[in-house]
Design a protein. Structure first.
Length: 268
């Protein structure tokens, strides 16, 4: 069984040639020797016309290993709260296999994370990241995980389990946290709120991020995946974070009265 695209021709071109052309534009070429070694990245997941340049600018700056753990929010409410997919993905630019060794290790390590395909059926937050990863890593394997809203204590447990599984994996693993920032607020409001969340990521403060998003009602859809990614990276030895780019949908649409915010960050 393979997962077929849910949002091709809506969020990104479904035609392979058109998608490759889009990737050539959106992902700048960066020499390998100047790319950074990252543990995790935070990438936006809107339609490419809105957030593709931010995602591309961020992913182009790091060395992407063959195995990538992608965590994104559950927009549809289907399936388990922590749903790990084990089906290979048939994407326009080619089939992307699941890293079954790491997936099995995570499932063995964690009682909270379960194998679940239903949560992945219509979810776009992971799918839109895959072409960017394919563009920079031809031998790409993924471990896709859809995450619902869970308490901070469970985020801690999940991160500990993920870090343990990653440590035993024989190859490097990159974590991608997929999130958009504020939704449908004025540019001024979105920028103000999003800066609070971004500050907590830059401070490597996952508990602060969780509390800030909740306390300030920031509609950052992937706050939980980002919290887990930060916790996992810290357990694996992360010491710094940097913001590559922040923008919003108004840059493409011209409408700044109701924007969605997008951020690209690197955690290393």
């Amino acid at each position: 069984m393979t997962r077929t695209p849910a949002v091709a021709d809506r969020f990104y071109p479904g035609n392979p040639e058109q998608l490759r052309s889009a990737m050539d534009i959106l992902v700048p070429e960066v020499a390998e020797d100047v790319k950074k070694q990252a543990m995790a990245v935070v990438l936006p997941h809107a339609g490419y016309v809105y957030s593709g340049a931010t995602a591309g600018a961020t992913i182009s700056q790091i060395r992407v290993p063959e195995t990538v753990l992608i965590m994104g929010p559950n927009h549809h409410g289907r399936g388990a709260a922590l749903a790990l997919g084990t089906e290979d993905w048939r994407m326009p630019m080619g089939v992307v296999p699941v890293d079954h060794h790491l997936a099995a290790s995570i499932l063995q390590q964690s009682s909270a994370i379960v194998e679940d395909q239903e949560a992945h059926l219509f979810e776009h937050s992971l799918e839109v990241q895959v072409p960017f990863l394919q563009q920079v890593q031809q031998q790409l394997r993924i471990v896709p995980m859809v995450v619902s809203h869970i308490p901070y204590a469970l985020c801690l447990t999940v991160a500990h389990d993920l870090a343990a599984a990653i440590r035993t994996h024989r190859q490097p693993v990159l974590i991608v946290a997929s999130t958009d920032m504020s939704h449908y607020e004025s540019r001024q409001q979105a920028t103000q709120k999003d800066s609070l969340a971004i500050e907590r990521i830059l401070a490597l403060d996952p508990q602060g991020l969780y509390a800030t998003v909740l306390g300030n009602r920031i509609s950052m859809c992937g706050a939980i995946p980002t919290t887990i990614a930060l916790l996992t990276a810290l357990e694996l030895g992360a010491t710094q974070a940097e913001l590559v780019r922040y923008t919003d949908s108004g840059e493409a649409s011209g409408d700044t009265s109701q924007v969605v915010g997008y951020a690209g960050l690197i955690i290393s």
